[in-house]
Design a protein around this ligand. Structure first.
Ligand SMILES: [Zn+2]
Length: 226
């Protein structure tokens, strides 16, 4: 074999070994630089659908995911994340008192874990967002949190506030206001369709009482009722 041919075949096998190694490292959960992601939006932007798609993408490649959902959201029954377009998956339910780092660690004892996904992440406590950052930093597992940015009064939820502050990556999922602009706010409506300005931040059920609007139309409706 001529020297050029031998050099050529060496280059090909070297390139193959590099590519092979990279794809193995990609599949391994403890690759460097796992990140905490926050996918935020107003309502009806497809957050749960996006979560289910991401979880599916991992599982399709033979990787394990853990889907977490807060206990207080019982719209679709406990232990499930359901999207409006009709797909769903089982979820591990947690309360405000659960330590999500310990919960993840426990799950890792059963099987290797490649991604943690959180539905309704606005309901996380400050401590739980910190624990999720530890899942990323200490266990090197990516965490994908999906939640609302603000409540019906335009105030940030506790979980969203700290996810916006501490996440490595922020990604906005877009919903559309009736005017065609991006809907960044959420209005709670009363029986007559007027904006509610008082009440507790979390109300279980009654999902049809909320609409997503742009900031301009949020202010118009909110100030008309205040
Ligand atoms: Zn609008």
């Amino acid at each position: 074999m001529a020297i050029e041919q031998r050099w050529g075949s060496f280059c090909v096998s070297f390139a193959k070994s590099i590519i092979g190694r990279a794809s193995i490292e990609k599949r391994c959960h403890n690759t460097p630089m796992a990140k905490l992601y926050f996918y935020y939006s107003s309502m009806n932007a497809g957050k749960s659908t996006a979560l289910l798609q991401s979880s599916y993408n991992y599982r399709e490649r033979g990787m394990n995911t853990m889907v977490l959902a807060p206990m207080l959201d019982d719209r679709y029954g406990t232990g499930k994340v359901t999207s409006r377009i009709g797909i769903e998956t089982d979820a591990s339910v947690f309360t405000r008192d659960d330590n999500l780092f310990e919960l993840t660690e426990k799950k890792c004892n059963d099987e290797p874990l490649h991604c943690v996904l959180i539905d309704e992440a606005q309901f996380l406590t400050r401590d739980q967002v910190f624990q999720l950052s530890d899942v990323t930093d200490k266990m090197n597992i990516p965490v994908l949190a999906y939640g609302l940015r603000t409540d019906f009064q335009g105030e940030p939820f506790e979980g969203s506030k700290y996810l916006l502050a501490w996440s490595d990556n922020l990604k906005e999922l877009k919903a559309i206001c009736h005017c065609g602009s991006k809907a960044t706010m959420v209005l709670r409506l009363d029986g007559e369709g007027k904006a509610v300005t008082e009440g507790s931040q979390v109300e279980i059920g009654g999902n049809d009482r909320y609409i997503s609007t742009c900031r301009k139309h949020f202010k118009e409706a909110y100030l008309a009722s205040a």
